[in-house]
Design a protein around this ligand. Structure first.
Ligand code: HEC
Length: 149
């Protein structure tokens, strides 16, 4: 289980490295990979596969929050294709709806940060209550704004 946490940290580091590369498709994919790693750690704790740890829980929530804040900047005009993107044309056809989805992710992640406090959620139940609304954004945004293969 240590491995899960380590890979989560590694993804966050690689996100920082890619951010410097000024390639919006790579950056948004890296942000999403970090989301996936944080979601995996969250899921492992909720399933009891990974012992609950408030600091790890807080790190996962902080990742969602950082990703939600950054995400919207990495879908500029001209990045509709290339780089194996699975971003759907709807993002550029209906930018207001996409910005709304990003804003909802931000609102839910900010609320989870608030609930987590400085020490992280006190117990698994508190973590679950804080993170579940955040995680609901993943599939709802993907349904509307990601090409399903
Ligand atoms: C506001 C919309 C939105 C939200 C919220 C969102 N995603 Fe995504 N996600 C996307 C889009 C758009 C893509 C396609 C990006 C691309 O290929 O350019 C994507 C791609 C991905 C990918 C594939 C990345 C790759 O390397 O190709 C993963 C994994 C992923 N998201 C996980 C998540 C998880 C986990 C969450 C929730 C914590 C989440 N996403 C929340 C829009 C969103």
């Amino acid at each position: 289980m240590k491995k899960v946490v380590l890979s989560f940290a590694a993804v966050l580091l690689s996100t920082a490295a890619v951010t410097a590369a000024d390639d919006p498709i790579s950056v948004r994919k890296a942000l999403m990979q970090a989301n996936a790693a944080a979601a995996a750690v969250s899921g492992a704790m909720m399933k009891g596969e990974l012992e609950y740890n408030p600091a790890v829980a807080r790190a996962a929530i902080a990742n969602f929050n950082a990703s939600a804040m950054a995400l919207g900047d990495f879908f500029p005009e001209g990045s509709q294709t290339g780089g194996n993107t699975t971003a759907a044309p709807a993002i550029w056809e209906n930018p207001e709806a996409f910005q709304q989805a990003v804003a909802k992710f931000q609102t839910d992640a900010a609320a989870a940060m608030q609930a987590a406090g400085r020490q992280g959620p006190a117990d698994l139940a508190a973590f679950q209550a804080a993170v579940t609304p955040v995680l609901s954004n993943c599939s709802s945004c993907h349904e509307d704004f990601r090409v399903q293969n």
